[in-house]
Design a protein around this ligand. Sequence first.
Ligand code: ADP
Ligand code: MG
Length: 302
Amino acid sequence: MSDPIVEVRQLTKAYGKFQALHEVNFEVHRGDVFGFLGPNGAGKSTTIRILLSLISADSGTLSLFGMPLATHRREILQKIGCIVEKPDFYKYLSARRNLEIFGRVSGADTSKRNIDAMLAFVGLEGRANDKLGGFSHGMRQRLGLAQALLHQPELIVLDEPTTGLDPQGIIDIRELILQLSREQGKTIILSSHLLSEIELIANRMVIINKGRSLAEGSVKELLNAEELVVTFELNDGAAAVALLQQRPEVVLREQHDNRLTLQINREEVPELNQWLQSQGLRVYAIESKRKLEDYFLKLVNN
Ligand code: ADP
Ligand code: MG
C-alpha cells in the first residue's frame, strides 16, 4: 500500500506560451487502480505523455519503480504497457499478425502461446485470424490492451480508454481492468473526464484541472465524505434564508428564488427538513449531491 510505484512532483510543462501543467503532484502505489480525473484540457494526456517519455517536462521530478525517469528511461519503459491514443493497427492484417508485428517492435514475447493467451484474455480468441478492417472500435480497443500486455508490464497506463465506446464496449474494458488488478496484481493508471467511471473502478485518484492537481486520496474517502450539497425547493426562499440565520452549522451556498443550495452534513438533512416545516415552510423537493461530485461538475461545466 505505501509502496509508491509512480511519484510525480511539481511537474510543469508549457507548449510555447501556453502553460499546460503548473504543478502536478501525485503518487501511485503498487496494486492501485489509480484514477486520473479531470475535465477536457486539464492536462491528463500531457502528464501521461511525460510519464511515458513521449514528451519532456520543463521541470519537476518523476520517478517510477523507485528510479528517476531521467536516468532509467529504458528500464522503466520496459515495465509499462499503455494505450495512449487509438491504437494504430494495420487494417489489412489479422489480429494475430498485428500483435506479432507490434510485439516484436517492443521486444515482447511474440510466441504463439503468448499471443493466444493475450487474445483469450481480451476475449478475441475467436477472431485471431480475422483482418482488423472488420473490427469494431471496442474490439480494436481490446486488441490495444492485448498489445499493451504482451511484454508483461507491471504498470498499465490507459488514457481515456473508453472514450467513444458503446456501453458494452465500456463494460468490457472496465471488466478487463478489474481483472488485471484483482487477478494479476497489476498497477493501473486510468485517466478519465468522468467521475462515475473513476468511482466504479479506481481505489485512489487525483483530480486535475487547468494543469494543477487539486485533490488526491482514496476514492471512497474523497467521495463519501459526510458533507453534502443539498438543494431545498420550498414555497418561500426569502423566509427560509432568514430562518437559517438561526442555524450557523448550515452553510448557504446559493439561492435562486425558492431554491436554496446548502452545504450540510448528511445526518442533518432530515432534521433540517422537519425544522423548516415546523417553522411554517413547505418543502417541495430535496436534492442532494456529494460535495466532491458537485465540485467536479462545476469544474467540468466551466
Ligand atoms: P486532457 O488530456 O486532460 O484533455 P491535454 O493534456 O491533452 O488535456 O491538454 C492540456 C492543454 O494543453 C489543453 O489546453 C490543450 O489544448 C493543450 N495542448 C495539448 N497538447 C498541445 C500541443 N501539442 N500544443 C499546444 N497545446 C497543447
Ligand atoms: Mg487527453
